[in-house]
Design a protein around this ligand. Structure first.
Ligand code: PRP
Ligand code: ADE
Length: 182
């Protein structure tokens, strides 16, 4: 817990970006500190291999990371677990045939895409992102996983904006390392 309090103290808070009247929470200071970054990744890997989580004992086949800040964490966690990494990108960025999902988030709407053959039916998947606000982005990623026959075991976030209740939109358990209450 001491480790998490330290990571919490490193978070940046910005009121001038992206100028939409929200407090923008920024994980980059954690990534600039190699010890803190290692703590964060190790915490997630311990969480995913812990006996206390509902999906304990199930093999994780795929880590899905969300454009863009989920790309900073997902591949590292995937490598530590020996799982595949699959990106979900904003519309028009991925080559080949893609599946898409439209969604609403804290500051506007967007479209997510995943390559159509990225997840084999029956694969166990964990979604990773820096932050959950309204849950629109993560829920759209969950839709894309379902469209391919994947099974989402859990959603993982560094930060959860609890007051927006985004986890209620999700079709599986969700874990935020740091909960922000207001
Ligand atoms: O729970 P939600 O309301 O959907 O909001 C959370 C999403 O918003 C941010 O991404 P953003 O779309 O701003 O993209 P970026 O990572 O490219 O800045 C954040 O990284 C999450 O992906
Ligand atoms: N408050 C917030 N801070 C950082 N990223 C976000 N994405 C959605 N809401 C956000």
């Amino acid at each position: 817990m001491g480790d998490i309090a330290h990571l919490r103290s490193l978070l940046g808070e910005h009121t001038d970006f992206p100028k939409k009247g929200i407090v923008f929470l920024d994980i980059f200071p954690i990534l600039r500190d190699p010890v803190a970054f290692e703590t964060l990744i190790t915490h997630f890997v311990h969480h995913l291999t812990s006996v206390t989580i509902p999906q304990h004992g199930k093999r994780i086949d795929v880590i899905v990371g969300l454009d863009a800040r989920g790309f900073l964490l997902g591949p590292i966690i995937a490598l530590r677990l020996g799982a595949a990494f699959v990106p979900v990108r904003k519309q028009g960025k991925l080559p080949g045939v893609c599946k898409s999902a439209v969604y609403e988030k804290e500051y506007g709407s967007d479209v997510f895409e995943m390559q159509a053959d990225a997840i084999k039916p029956g694969s166990n998947v964990v979604v990773v992102d820096d932050l959950i606000a309204t849950g629109g982005s993560a829920s759209a990623a969950g839709d894309l996983i379902k469209q391919q026959g994947g099974i989402t075991l859990e959603y993982l976030f560094v930060i959860g904006l609890k007051f927006l209740n985004g986890k209620s939109k999700l079709d599986a358990a969700a874990y935020s390392m740091i909960e922000v209450d207001d």
